[in-house]
Ligand binder design. Structure first.
Ligand code: SF4
Length: 138
């Protein structure tokens, strides 16, 4: 049985340097911001980012395997121009997921990223979610 975590700017330092382990599900936010303000979402935001170099160290030292790797969990991953770099790094590491390589997004900025690179990295599951309390807007 592996580990399930949500990895983000708040806990990344805690996981950096840990011995390699098997992850069932690893959900990852490299940035700490969103481009929507859903009325019910009270999550604190900031411009803080996870360093790409630190992320590569984490991939090489702290992951033995992953079942599911998900970009985007509590924040919007397409706000980060480095998204494809992170995906490629995952695909070239032990974190390359055995089952699902997932992107969770509101898709507003998805066109700014290289979809070919995403597919090359092994992305095989895209989930788009948008919410509004107003049914006509939704
Ligand atoms: S899209 Fe998600 S993270 Fe962004 S405001 Fe809405 S619920 Fe919060």
């Amino acid at each position: 049985m592996g580990t399930t975590i949500n990895l983000n700017v708040h806990n990344f330092k805690h996981w950096l340097g840990k011995p390699a382990r098997d992850f069932d599900v690893l959900r990852f936010d490299a940035n700490n911001n969103c481009n929507i303000h859903c009325v019910y979402c009270a999550i604190q935001r900031s411009s803080e980012l996870i360093s790409f170099d630190d992320f590569r160290i984490f991939l090489s030292e702290s992951i033995a395997s992953a079942g599911v790797f998900q970009f985007g969990c509590q924040m919007e991953p397409t706000l980060d121009a480095r998204l494809c770099d992170f995906m490629t790094a995952v695909s070239q590491s032990p974190a390359k997921p055995k089952k699902l390589f997932r992107l969770q997004t509101n898709a507003i900025l998805l066109h700014r990223h290289d979809h070919g690179r995403m597919l090359e990295a092994g992305l095989n599951f895209l989930t788009v979610s948008m919410d509004s309390v107003d049914s006509e807007t939704f």
